[in-house]
Design a protein around this ligand. Structure first.
Ligand SMILES: Nc1ncnc2c1ncn2[C@@H]1O[C@H](COP(=O)(O)OP(=O)(O)OP(=O)(O)O)[C@@H](O)[C@H]1O
Ligand SMILES: [Mg+2]
Length: 218
């Protein structure tokens, strides 16, 4: 088996003086895997994705992205662009005035020419079935529409790994079904949080649960 894309070893983390969120959490994500991340509200699922992206700093433990040890912000800056994080709250993710600008932002930031970035954005919007939203004002969209636009903005950057924090949140049943099919067709390894057993049953190759500050097979 090739080296893990993401490797977390003996992770400890707390928010300031609060009770620890992680007390020795470990897992690997390999190419081809779609891991469902389970656990009750407040157990630390979102925090784990933020730690993996270097948006939170662990108290101790090892995080490796694409085989490289991440010890400071400089390391993360070099590698986090290869992983795409869908935030739990779309309003934390969306910041451009229109949908097309939003989805173009990542590719432009990666150095793509404006026309190519537009074409790339349009391809992803079509893939998600939301091409009609292209000219809409982002903040005026419905919750479900925002969810899909946020996902489009992540996919447009063609990350090697996807970290999806409740992607089905605010989606109706037909849209959720369509999203599952889209995710199943994507080549990327992913970690996906959702409070939805059916979603996990259809999508995941294995499941992990946050329990007592650790990650256990579910
Ligand atoms: N910025 C923060 N400052 C202090 N405590 C926080 C912060 N963010 C989260 N927490 C706390 O850390 C714990 C883990 O939160 P986290 O958001 O990771 O849980 P979660 O498993 O994603 O929950 P949910 O299913 O509700 O999204 C909770 O007790 C939460 O209150
Ligand atoms: Mg969460």
């Amino acid at each position: 088996m090739s080296a893990p894309l993401i490797q977390v070893e003996d992770l400890h983390f707390s928010y300031g003086e609060q009770a620890p969120v992680f007390q020795g959490a470990s897992f690997n994500l390999y190419s081809g895997e779609r891991i469902a991340l389970l656990g009750p509200n407040g157990s630390g699922k979102t925090s784990l994705l933020r730690l993996v992206m270097g948006l939170l700093k662990p108290d101790s433990g090892t995080i490796k992205l694409f085989g490289q040890s991440m010890s400071n912000e400089k390391d993360f800056r070099k590698y986090r662009g290869r992983a795409g994080l869908l935030f739990q709250d779309s309003d934390d993710q969306l910041f451009c005035p229109t949908v097309l600008e939003e989805v173009c932002f990542g590719p432009l930031n990666q150095g793509m020419k404006p026309e190519e970035a537009k074409a790339q954005a349009r391809t992803v919007l079509k893939q998600l079935g939301i091409e009609a939203l292209e000219e809409r004002i982002t903040w005026q969209l419905s919750g479900g529409q925002k969810r899909l636009v946020a996902l489009a903005s992540v996919l447009a950057m063609e990350p090697e790994v996807l970290l999806l924090d409740e992607p089905t949140n605010a989606l109706d049943n037909p849209t959720r079904e369509r999203l599952i099919q889209i995710l199943l067709e994507l080549p990327q390894a992913m970690i996906c949080i959702a409070h939805d057993d059916e979603f996990h049953g259809q999508l995941a190759t294995r499941s992990l649960r946050v329990e007592g500050g650790c990650l256990v097979d579910a």
